[in-house]
Each structure stands twice: as structure tokens, then as C-alpha cells.
Design a protein around this ligand. Structure first.
Ligand SMILES: N[C@@H](CCC[C@H](N)C(=O)O)C(=O)O
Length: 291
């Protein structure tokens, strides 16, 4: 048995167990992750985030070659014990945790570079929350999406923001609210590594003060339906803008069951980036015996 000191946190209801293992000494197994995320037999969370120094794990070597300042790596695991490349809500909560634990001490509205399996991600620390630059995004293949509550499969647009997403637009609020996301939506053709699946509808009105407003529900790869998915919100806004064409803005507000997230697309020298802003909360800390 190993005693683990953890903190529970969330970003718009997407919840995580976080702990510090600077030198990567804890043997993290899928079984241990499933235990930590179990809402009845463990702590309960959508995912686990280990704070580990980039130099302490193999994936960190590539990170440090690109950005020597990225001292900390977000070792993110889904509740089913699989690892994922990126977590948009998780990276904000992770930043908040690193600051609260005194592991980083950024000044004022500084930017913190963090290692992730999707590469280096810069987090801007603001007075009212965190903004993460999710980097470049790309279109991925279209797929048919079948889910309980949908009479017929719908076309879904593939979007990669470091991790894979398929976004489907539904007719209206009633159709979105009528979905039963108790089992994994079926994708045709099935992506080899799976995907997070987002269902979106426009809000009424869609455009307000130059910002486009949409509502979203999500079935996360390796988790199930969650109250929010940050990278999913970015993918949903990107897909909607793709469908909407030139008249669509670059500022988006995405309402999820757990709150609201802001997404912005902006030009950089290497191509268009997408950013995600939202809250991050730490709720409680404790100790648990790992099996
Ligand atoms: N909740 C996250 C995404 C977590 C990873 C995802 N389930 C995957 O497997 O890609 C977010 O806020 O982005």
C-alpha cells in the first residue's frame, strides 16, 4: 500500500484528482487510475493529473528540447486508465494547482509553459481565470455518428486540437437535451485511437456583440459523458465556424452542463491557433491508500 496525498479540482465540472510526484517515482498503473476515479470505491473524477517534472519522464525529453522553461509536465490519465494527449480543462486546473502548491511562482499576468503529450502549451494567468493556447488545430476526416436518442446517424466533423474530436450539429435544444449519452456513440468509420464526441446546437441568438454562442454536450473518450470538455469546446467552436463560413466570428462562448467556456481563434506566424479560457477550482485535499 502507498499513501497518496491528493487534491480534488475541477474546471466547469470536469473533475480531476491531482497529486505531485516530481521525480516520477509513483508506479501509476491503469488499475490505480481506475481506483482513484471510481466515484463509489475511490475518490471519483473524470481523470487524474500527476504533476511530474518534464525531466523525470520519457515524454518530457521532447518537451524540454523545444522549451527548456517547461519544467512541469501534465501527466493526464482518463478515468478508464488510458492516457490522453491533452486536456483543456485539466491544464487550467493543473496551473492553479501548481501555483497553490508553490511549485511555480509566476508574476502578475505571466505565461506558464507546460509539457503535455500534445507538446508545449502556454497558459496565460489572468486576474479572473486562465487562458491556454491550444496551439494549431487541424481538420480530420468526417464520420457518421450514431447515439441513443438520435433517430438516424448524423455526419460529424473531425477536429484535432492535440487530441481527437468529432463534432455533430443537432437540430435544436430538444434534440440535444433528449440525447441519452449513457453508452459510447458509434463512429463510422471508427477512428483507430477513438475520439471525443461533441453534440452542439446554436444558442438563441447565435451572435451577440460579435461573439457566437453555442451549447454543447460531450461523450469523452475514456470517460463517458462529462459536465464539460475544454478541448471539446474548442473543437465545437472550430467546427461551427467551419460550417458557418466567412461571416462567423473568431470569438465563441460555449455553454456546457457545468458552466461556460470562451474560445478564440487567432493568427500567429506559424498559422492559426485556438485558445480556451475558463475557471479552475480546487475543492479539497486528502490522503488515500493506493491499492
Ligand atoms: N476533459 C478534457 C479532455 C480529456 C481527454 C479526453 N478524454 C481524450 O481522451 O482525449 C478537456 O477538458 O479537454
Amino acid at each position: 500500500m502507498t499513501a497518496l496525498t491528493f487534491t480534488k479540482g475541477h474546471g466547469t465540472g470536469n473533475d480531476f484528482v491531482l497529486f505531485t510526484d516530481p521525480d516520477g517515482e509513483i508506479d501509476l498503473t491503469p488499475e490505480r487510475i481506475r481506483f482513484l476515479c471510481d466515484r463509489r470505491f475511490g475518490i471519483g473524477a473524470d481523470g487524474v493529473i500527476r504533476a511530474v517534472r518534464s525531466r523525470a519522464i520519457p515524454e518530457g525529453a521532447d518537451i524540454l528540447a523545444v522549451e527548456p522553461e517547461a519544467e512541469w509536465f501534465m501527466d493526464y490519465w482518463n478515468a478508464d486508465g488510458t492516457v490522453a494527449e491533452m486536456c483543456g480543462n485539466g491544464v487550467r486546473v493543473y496551473t492553479h494547482y501548481l501555483i497553490a502548491e508553490g511549485l511555480v511562482a509566476p508574476e502578475g499576468s505571466d505565461t506558464l509553459p507546460l509539457g503535455t503529450r500534445a507538446g508545449v502549451r502556454d497558459v496565460l494567468i489572468g486576474a479572473s481565470g486562465y487562458t491556454v493556447d491550444l496551439g494549431r488545430w487541424r481538420l480530420a476526416p468526417e464520420r457518421l455518428v450514431a447515439a441513443t436518442g438520435l433517430a438516424v446517424p448524423r455526419p460529424g466533423l473531425g477536429i484535432d486540437v492535440g487530441n481527437p474530436h468529432v463534432v455533430t450539429v443537432l437540430a435544436d435544444d430538444a434534440e440535444l437535451d433528449g440525447l441519452k449519452l449513457v453508452s459510447e456513440p458509434a463512429l463510422e468509420p471508427a477512428p483507430a485511437d477513438g475520439a471525443n464526441v461533441e453534440f452542439v446546437v446554436p444558442a438563441e441568438p447565435l451572435l451577440k456583440n460579435g461573439v457566437a454562442h453555442i451549447r454543447m454536450r460531450v461523450f469523452e473518450r475514456g470517460v463517458g459523458e462529462t459536465l464539460s470538455c475544454g478541448t471539446g469546446a474548442a473543437a465545437a467552436a472550430l467546427a461551427f465556424r467551419h460550417w458557418g463560413g466567412e461571416q462567423m466570428p473568431n470569438s465563441w462562448s460555449v455553454e456546457v452542463p457545468g458552466g461556460k467556456l470562451a474560445v478564440r481563434m487567432f493568427a500567429t506566424e506559424e498559422g492559426e491557433h485556438v485558445s480556451l479560457s475558463g475557471p479552475a477550482e480546487l475543492v479539497y485535499s486528502g490522503t488515500v491508500e493506493l491499492p
